[in-house]
Design a protein around this ligand. Sequence first.
Ligand code: HMG
Ligand code: MG
Length: 302
Amino acid sequence: MALPKKVHIREVGPRDGLQNESTWLETNEKRTWIDLLSAAHLPYIEVTSFVHPKWIPALKDAKALAQSLTKKHDITYAALIPNQKGLAHFFEAKLDEGAMFISSSETHNKKNMNQSIQETLPEIKQMTADLKAEGLNTRAYISTVFGCPYEKQVSMDQVLRLTESLLSYGIDEISLGDTIGEAHPLQVERRLDILLERFPADKLALHFHDTKGMGLANVYTALKAGITTFDSSSGGLGGCPYAPGSSGNVATEDVVHMLQKLGIETNVDLPALIHAAKWIETKIDRTLPSHCLRAFYSHTTS
Ligand code: HMG
Ligand code: MG
C-alpha cells in the first residue's frame, strides 16, 4: 500500500515516559516539559495518569499538574484513567480526553489493574459512556498485543474480541500496545492484515516500545499497512512498571524525523522537539535512547 500523506502523533512521554522513572520531577518541571512539547506543535499530549499514587508514585501530582497547564487550543491534553475513582479525578482536572486501558493477557491485566479482563471491560464501558456524556473524545489501550511478559504468546482472537468490544462501546481510538517491545515487522504485518480486514485504520493507533530496537521498523511496517496514528515518547523515555524488561516507547524525534524523510506531514517542529527531549534528558540525568537527540547534539557540539 502507498504511504499516507499525513500522520498523527500521540506524545505519551509525560505519562508512559515518567511512570517508570525513579527520579522525582516537581510539578512545575513536568509543566515546563509539557510546555516545550506544546511549543513543538505536537497535536496530542498524554500528560499524566489518574491511577493509584501507591502504584505509580511518579505521577502522584496528576491533578495539580493538569490544573496548572497553560493549554493551547489546538492541542489535545489527555490522561490515562483506570477506574471510576480515577475518572472523578480526571473530571476535576478538566483535561480534554480520557484514555482507558486493558491487557490482552489475563496475567498482565491482573498485575496492572488488580482485576480480570472480564471485570475491566464493563468498567471501561461505563467510563466511556460518562466521558461521552461530557462531550469528550475517548481512547483505549490494549496492552500486550504482540507478546506478554508473563504468558508470552497472545492469541489474535483475544485481540480481535477486545478491539470489537471496545469499539462497540463507542471508543474513538484504540491504541494497540507492544508493551514489552516484542513486536517485529513480520508479526506487525500479519496482525494488521487480520485487524484491518475487520476494523477501519482510522480507529487504530500503534504503540511501540523500542526494547529490542524494532520501533522504527515496526512504525514503517504499520505505515505501509495503512495506519496513520502512532504513539511515541519524547527522548524515548518510558516503560511499564508491571511489564518487566520493557523500555521506552519509540522516540518521538526519531518517528517525526523518519516521517519527514518519507515526505509525510506531521506539522511537528523537529528542532523544538529535540530541544524538549534534551531538556527532559538533563532533568532525568541519564542518556535517553533517542537517536536524533544524540545525532543533533554530537553534530552541533563537534
Ligand atoms: P486497587 O488497589 O485494586 O483498588 O487498585 P481498589 O478499587 O481495591 O481500591 C483500593 C483503594 O485505592 C481505595 O482507597 C480506593 O479509593 C483507592 P481506600 O478506601 O483503601 O482508602 N483507589 C484509588 N485512589 C486513587 N486513584 C485511583 C484509585 N482507584 C482506587 N484511580 C487500580 C486498582 C486500578 C487503581 C490500580 O491497580 C492501579 O492504579 N493500576 C494502574 C497501574 C499502572 O498505572 N500501570 C501502568 C499503566 S501503562 C500500561 O498499562 C500500558 C500502556 O502504556 C500501553 C502499552 O504499553 O501497552 C497504556
Ligand atoms: Mg506503554
